[in-house]
Write a protein that binds this ligand. Structure first.
Ligand code: NAD
Length: 244
């Protein structure tokens, strides 16, 4: 099924994990895809690899312009680049709060701002933001990260309202713990990574972590014309973590 034939997509943070799976799936389903990442060296052809830092406005504007020029426009923006942070409010100082907000929230704002003029010219414009169950779950030891994802959730709703009359849909996905290189790094930092993984899996209602491919599938649905009447929603991809 080539649901994305003729559509042009930009995926931020598309060189690893959820972004990589999403870029691959959209391309496999017929989209022309550009990947924006700090290090897109692992991105395979025919995807367009663009080096950019979402915390740097000039770098984002240059990369988005390059994507639109090379692909001949933009229909889909997947705002996925993000970084983690652990601890309570006492553990992260102001500089860390600013840094993580700069990437996780302002990064999405910058990319959207640069992409909107191109999306307005599309007949199937969609933005999908990678949020997290952390936005609403009240997770321990994740104050800063959760606050950024809460902001992404609110941003998604506000942008959906602002741009619905322009034919631009804005939704987000809320993954649970997904088996990506990021989570792999967190597990590797534990004293006993295998035991930590087993404990993490045991906390999931399904007994396993969510896969990047499963999150990519949800993002692809929200990006595709199949979800043409859906805007301002959050789609949970959490193995029932919040619903059960
Ligand atoms: P990952 O670390 O495997 O991949 C993230 C990618 O983003 C990397 O390629 C990295 O280079 C890129 N990136 C980071 N900072 C960047 C910047 N400033 N500019 C450009 N690119 C940048 O992570 P992942 O697990 O695939 O996470 C992707 C998204 O999913 C993030 O927004 C994260 O918050 C969200 N998420 C992840 C999980 C999970 O359990 N893995 C759960 C919920 C939400």
């Amino acid at each position: 099924m080539n649901d994305f034939e003729g559509l042009r997509a930009l995926v931020t943070g598309g060189a690893s994990g959820i972004g990589r799976a999403t870029a691959g799936l959209l391309a496999e389903r017929g989209a022309q895809v550009a990947v924006l990442d700090l290090d897109p060296s692992s991105v395979d052809k025919p995807l367009l690899a663009l080096v950019a830092d979402v915390s740097d406005d000039a770098s984002v504007r240059t990369a988005v312009a390059q994507a639109a020029e090379t692909l001949g426009g933009l229909d889909i923006l997947v705002n996925n680049a993000g970084i983690g942070a652990q601890g309570t409010v006492e553990d992260n100082d102001d500089a860390e709060w600013r840094c993580v907000f700069d990437v996780n929230v302002l990064g999405m704002v910058r990319t959207a701002r640069a992409a909107l003029p191109h999306l307005r010219r599309s007949r199937h414009a969609a933005i999908v933001n990678t949020c997290s169950i952390a936005a609403t779950a009240g997770l321990p030891q994740r104050a800063l990260y959760s606050a950024t994802k809460g902001a992404v959730y609110s941003l998604t709703l506000a942008m959906a309202a602002d741009h619905v009359h322009e034919g631009i849909r804005v939704n987000c996905v809320n993954p649970g713990t997904a088996d990506t290189p990021w989570v792999g790094r967190l597990l590797d930092a534990a004293p006993d990574p295998a035991a930590e993984r087993t404990a993490l899996e045991a906390r999931q209602p399904t007994g396993r972590l969510v896969s990047s491919a499963e999150v990519a599938g949800a993002i692809a649905y929200l990006a595709s014309p199949l979800s043409g009447a859906t805007t301002g929603t959050a789609l949970a991809v959490d193995g029932g973590m919040q619903g059960l």
